[in-house]
Design a protein around this ligand. Structure first.
Ligand code: MN3
Length: 194
């Protein structure tokens, strides 16, 4: 089975000015595509050939794990965005869960930013739902992903330099402050309710 780069639900210039068209061209069109191409080459003729992407991530190791997990992580990242973002509905179950855990939305954002800024080198910051149904934050290194754990990912921020170097150079904090402007909370709420 050939895995394909998923079509984005918005155009390549739709996340401007927070993420440029050039970043999308490289990050989605080249980096994400390369992970998928590498994975497709690596699964040919192996037991992984007809597995879903999630099953490959959960069963592979080494280089195949890295390419498959990066394929999955990037799709999850892109689908968490909408042009100019969609606000979190204050009375939603997710908004209530955020207030239960962090007191208010600003404190949650601050805690998430700390996890994202504190991720050393390349990795991902995650808001997850734990098996107890509570919210938590995680940082993963390189390609590592919560879908190999019992936690259900809800929102992620790619903190590899390739995610922000074109737009923000070395300033991960500037990228993070713009990240919040494009989060599609309607989608994150759906993931929380699923
Ligand atoms: Mn990336």
């Amino acid at each position: 089975m050939e895995h394909k780069l998923p079509e984005l639900p918005y155009s390549l210039d739709a996340l401007m000015p927070h993420i440029s068209k050039e970043t999308l061209e490289y990050h989605y069109g080249k980096h994400h595509q390369t992970y998928i191409t590498n994975m497709n080459n690596q699964i040919k003729g192996t037991k992984f050939e007809n597995m879903s992407l999630e099953d490959i991530v959960k069963n592979a190791s080494g280089s195949l794990f890295n390419n498959a997990a990066q394929s999955w992580n990037h799709t999850f990242y892109w689908f968490g965005f909408a042009p100019n973002g969609v606000a979190l509905s204050k009375e939603s179950a997710l908004a209530k869960a955020i207030r239960t855990k962090w007191g208010n939305f600003e404190a949650f954002k601050e805690a998430f930013n700390q996890i994202a800024a504190g991720t050393f080198g390349s990795g991902w910051a995650w808001l997850v739902k734990t098996p107890a149904g509570e919210l938590d934050l995680m940082s993963t290194s390189n390609a590592a992903t919560p879908i190999t754990s019992d936690n259900i990912p809800l929102l992620t921020c790619d903190v590899w330099e390739h995610a922000y170097y074109i737009d923000y150079r070395n300033s991960r904090p500037n990228y993070l402050s713009n990240f919040w402007e494009i989060v599609n909370w309607e989608e994150i709420e759906k993931r929380f309710a699923a």
